[in-house]
Design a protein around this ligand. Structure first.
Ligand SMILES: C[S@@+](CC[C@H](N)C(=O)[O-])C[C@H]1O[C@@H](n2cnc3c(N)ncnc32)[C@H](O)[C@@H]1O
Length: 227
């Protein structure tokens, strides 16, 4: 909680209240007020460079924030990218970065609580969420939209994600979750068991921030695909 509260505080300070640009992955991006900003954390760049981008395939990013990962997918071979976020400011921010990087023709951005805004039959070769993996108690108040970027009270959103995401995969599609050892790994493991998902770590890296954090790119494999 402490690391996340600190990150939240930095987001709320001046000059983050005004739109501005930052550099990540060697290029410029817009960040709007009230949106999770990759300028304060290595996690966005890390997952963005670790992810597989299916050449000519489709990619769904849940919780796109500023849109760095979704835009990167569109710039790195994906034919069709959809980005979703529950935070309307993040939706606008992702659209701005799609425009800035000239990928608006193949990146659709929707305001959505997880998968709710998708057509019922929409399925993707890769589904990814860099999640709000800090788990406060179920009654913890999400006072601003920005709180959704960090906190998932009672892991309600994680549970829905694990229950609903497998249906959003094409045959052979891959389900990936950006997580860390700050998250409740035991709870995640139990939820994976409940929903018949295998859990493996594709890649991880330890970083010294205000505290030591191990960032983890996890793959969730639906039971029907496992031997
Ligand atoms: C840790 S931030 C990651 C943002 C961005 N992908 C990045 O890496 O910079 C998590 C994102 O998930 C979004 N989010 C949280 N709950 C959500 C939900 N139920 N549906 C859609 N997006 C959600 C947040 O608004 C936030 O943008």
């Amino acid at each position: 909680m402490e690391r996340s509260r600190e990150l939240l505080r930095r987001h709320q300070e001046h000059p983050i209240r005004a739109p501005h640009t930052f550099t990540a992955l060697g290029t410029e991006w817009d960040v709007h007020p009230g949106v999770f900003s990759p300028e304060f954390t290595p996690v966005t760049a890390m997952f963005t460079t670790w992810l597989p981008y299916p050449p000519g395939g489709s990619f769904l990013e849940v919780g796109s924030g500023t849109g760095v990962t979704a835009v990167w997918a569109a710039l790195h071979g994906c034919r069709s990218v959809v980005a979703l976020d529950i935070n309307p400011a993040a939706v606008e921010n992702t659209r701005a970065n799609a425009h800035r990087h000239g990928v608006s023709d193949r990146l659709t951005v929707l305001h959505s609580d997880l998968f709710t805004a998708l057509p019922p039959d929409a399925a993707f070769d890769v589904v990814f969420w860099n999640s709000n993996y800090v788990e406060p108690p179920a009654d913890y108040p999400l006072d601003t939209m920005l709180h959704h970027a960090f906190f998932d009270p009672g892991y309600a959103a994680h549970e829905r994600f694990l229950a609903e995401a497998p249906a959003r995969l094409t045959p052979g599609g891959r389900l990936l979750l950006g997580f860390s050892d700050v998250g409740n790994q035991e709870r995640l493991r139990r939820l994976c068991d409940t929903y018949g998902l295998g859990l493996s770590t594709l890649r991880s890296e330890v970083r010294e921030l205000h505290m030591t954090v191990e960032f983890q790119l996890l793959e969730l494999t639906p039971a029907r695909r496992r031997p």
